[in-house]
Design a protein around this ligand. Structure first.
Ligand code: MEV
Length: 332
């Protein structure tokens, strides 16, 4: 008997980077998920076995990392151990982590891992963790993964699923957030994975802070414009007005590009998608590579997919606005 938990990756329709500095973001959960299987064992350690990052082992009693094949996995091991300690778990267990979310791509692979690990561990401790509680547990580890700063938007999106408007009201660990569920919508998107790996800490922890230091006015004005775009997008989403939504996405992309957050391969995919009939296209997440996505009419999905594939990027046709974290006992 074990526990199976899963959480979705996310896209930012609007507001990445600006959200770290108190402006609103609109995120949506996508149909690419991370799955965690928890099996108890007879050891006094937690063993992590990740398809993408290899293995790690951490002591349950003192939190010492016994072994780790990857630095990113160490952060997950530390999170798993802290969660086990919080729920007073003294029995060892193994976490097998398999992810359909491309890593270091801006699709929130780390958030999907944290949320699914927390879901599995809380269920192992026979605690029903309310979805509203995930945020404060995951936030400090996500901030670390992002280079010391994070908006926390993706945690809300991965936990609750669907479409969410999120704004950081007050800094802190965790910060105070305002979050609004934006209802169910059937939008058609194609994600393009540029295959250019871009760890979030490069732009969040290094590039954007360096811009702010040199020209705070420029960055603040750009973030205020993004905030106004996200605000206008609320009506477009409410009315399922995909034409207006696409235009707003293009405006948001122009501003991100002006801040040096795009990448030649992202631009290649975005321009190709727009030429193939997409209503709007933008990078999503940290930028400098990773993913972009295009919003399309249903009849244009095939041609946009083909156009993205012709650039050499990986086109991913996926549902958007899917279910958040799920946890169930399982016979495996
Ligand atoms: C990274 O996926 C999204 C950023 O806005 C950072 C964050 O929100 O924490 C760049």
């Amino acid at each position: 008997m074990g526990i199976k938990s899963s959480a979705p990756g996310n896209i930012f329709f609007f507001g990445e980077h600006a959200a770290v500095y108190g402006r609103p973001a609109i995120c949506a959960a996508v149909g690419r998920r991370t799955e965690v299987r928890l099996r108890p064992n007879r050891k006094e350690t937690i063993i992590l076995n990740s398809e993408a990052f290899g293995k790690a082992e951490v002591s349950l009693s003192d939190g010492k990392i016994i072994s780790s094949e990857n630095a990113q996995l160490e952060n997950v091991a530390a999170f798993a151990r802290e969660s086990a300690a919080r729920f007073k778990i003294s029995q060892g267990f193994e976490l097998e982590i398999n992810s359909e979310v491309p890593i270091n791509s801006g699709m929130s692979s780390s958030t999907a891992v944290f949320c699914s690990v927390l879901g599995a561990i809380s269920a192992f401790a026979q605690k029903t963790l309310d979805k509203s509680e995930y945020f404060r547990y995951v936030y400090p580890f996500q901030a670390k993964a992002h280079g010391g700063k994070a908006s926390g938007s993706e945690i809300i999106s991965s936990t609750f699923g669907g479409f969410n408007y999120i704004r950081k009201k007050k800094d802190g660990t965790p910060p105070e957030l305002e979050a609004k569920y934006l209802g169910d919508h059937k939008f058609h998107i194609v994600v393009g994975n540029t295959r250019v790996e871009s760890p979030t800490h490069l732009t969040v922890g290094y590039h954007v802070p360096s811009l702010i230091k040199r020209d705070p006015d420029l960055v603040n004005k750009a973030f205020d414009k993004i905030a106004a775009i996200a605000q206008s997008a609320l009506a477009a989403i409410r009315d399922d007005n995909v034409v207006a939504l696409g235009q707003l996405m293009n405006e948001n992309q122009k501003i991100l590009s002006g801040l040096g957050l795009s990448h030649p391969k992202l631009d290649d995919c975005i321009n190709s998608a727009l030429r193939a009939g997409a209503l709007g296209a933008k990078l999503s997440g940290s930028g400098w590579g990773g993913i972009m996505f295009a919003l399309c009419k249903a009849e244009d999905v095939g041609s946009v997919k083909d156009a993205i594939a012709r650039t050499g990027a990986e086109p991913i046709e996926t549902e958007v606005g899917v279910e958040g974290v799920t946890v169930k006992k399982s016979l495996f």
